[in-house]
Design a protein around this ligand. Structure first.
Ligand SMILES: Nc1ncnc2c1ncn2[C@@H]1O[C@H](COP(=O)(O)OP(=O)(O)OP(=O)(O)O)[C@@H](O)[C@H]1O
Ligand SMILES: [Mg+2]
Length: 257
């Protein structure tokens, strides 16, 4: 049904590609690679969910795609350009203008307001695209316009996650990488964050790669990639799923209750 490299060959433009991507962390030689010769092609506009047990390399893969970690071998291509071929400055510019990142822990500044957290990347002088998204538009997009001046430490987890998503979009990226954006949320808040991601994907034409442990969340993506020991164990397009499939009957097996 599927393989690691070519489900959509010939269809949409491939926006994110990894070729034999490998990461062995410094000082861990002898341990298995965190990401192991991984090949992936993600078309523009697709919503991909990455699943897999703890330690299988999901966060590392996102960091590599974002250019926040250096591959030990192999490469990441964004729009056909290998990011390791770029100068440090060009890579930083690409990361700051094309990629938004929602971290596994929110990484928000609790003592600042929602609005100031969203503006923080800009205040810290990160490079921007020509017309950064207006903060107030982002607050509306994530449904927090009424709470924009609240300190983040006084917001619920779901609201904090929405601030983190808005912050990731400040420079109008075309790629959003989100590491367990629903991980610490109850099912209602998780649903709200997921609805928000789907809305943003449609409205902004985002290409989204999201790590999740939750199969119900993953099933709303276009594609699910299941990782194991740094490699792709299997993948499927969710629109090809039927109730007789192995996924539907015996889901990934790593789902948190
Ligand atoms: N900074 C680091 N230095 C050394 N080893 C690391 C580092 N970060 C991750 N690892 C190791 O790399 C492997 C993959 O880790 P990674 O964080 O990518 O897993 P994950 O799939 O995101 O796990 P989780 O579901 O728990 O978040 C693990 O064995 C982990 O211990
Ligand atoms: Mg992780």
């Amino acid at each position: 049904m599927s393989n690691t490299t070519g489900i959509n060959d010939g269809a949409a433009r491939i926006l994110i590609e990894t070729r034999a991507l490998t990461k062995i962390y410094d000082g861990t030689s002898g341990s298995p690679p965190a990401v192991n010769a991984l090949n992936l092609k993600i078309p523009a506009g697709e919503f991909t969910a990455i699943m897999g047990p703890s330690g299988s390399g999901k966060s590392t893969l996102l960091y590599l795609i974002a250019g926040l970690a250096e591959p030990t071998a192999g490469e990441v291509l964004i729009d056909g350009v290998s990011i390791s071929s770029l100068s440090d400055t060009a890579r930083a510019r690409m990361r700051n203008t094309r990629i938004g990142f929602v971290f596994q822990r929110f990484n928000l500044l609790g003592f600042l307001s929602a609005r100031d957290n969203i503006e923080a990347p800009r205040l810290m002088g990160w490079k921007q695209r020509g017309s950064p998204r207006a903060i107030d538009d982002l607050l509306v997009a994530v449904g927090l316009e009424k709470k924009r001046l609240r300190k983040v430490s006084e917001l619920s987890s779901g609201e904090q996650q929405r601030v983190a998503i808005a912050r990731a979009l400040i420079n109008d990226p075309d790629i959003l990488l989100a590491d367990e954006p629903t991980g610490n949320l109850d099912s209602r808040n998780a649903e709200a964050v997921l609805d928000l991601l789907l809305k943003l994907k449609d409205e902004l034409g985002l290409t989204i790669v999201m790590v999740t442990h939750n199969l119900d969340v993953a099933l709303r993506a276009d594609r699910i990639i299941q990782m194991k020991d740094g490699s792709v164990e299997r993948e499927l397009m969710t629109n090809e799923l039927d109730s007789s499939s192995e996924w539907a009957q015996r889901p990934a097996g790593h789902i948190r209750p």
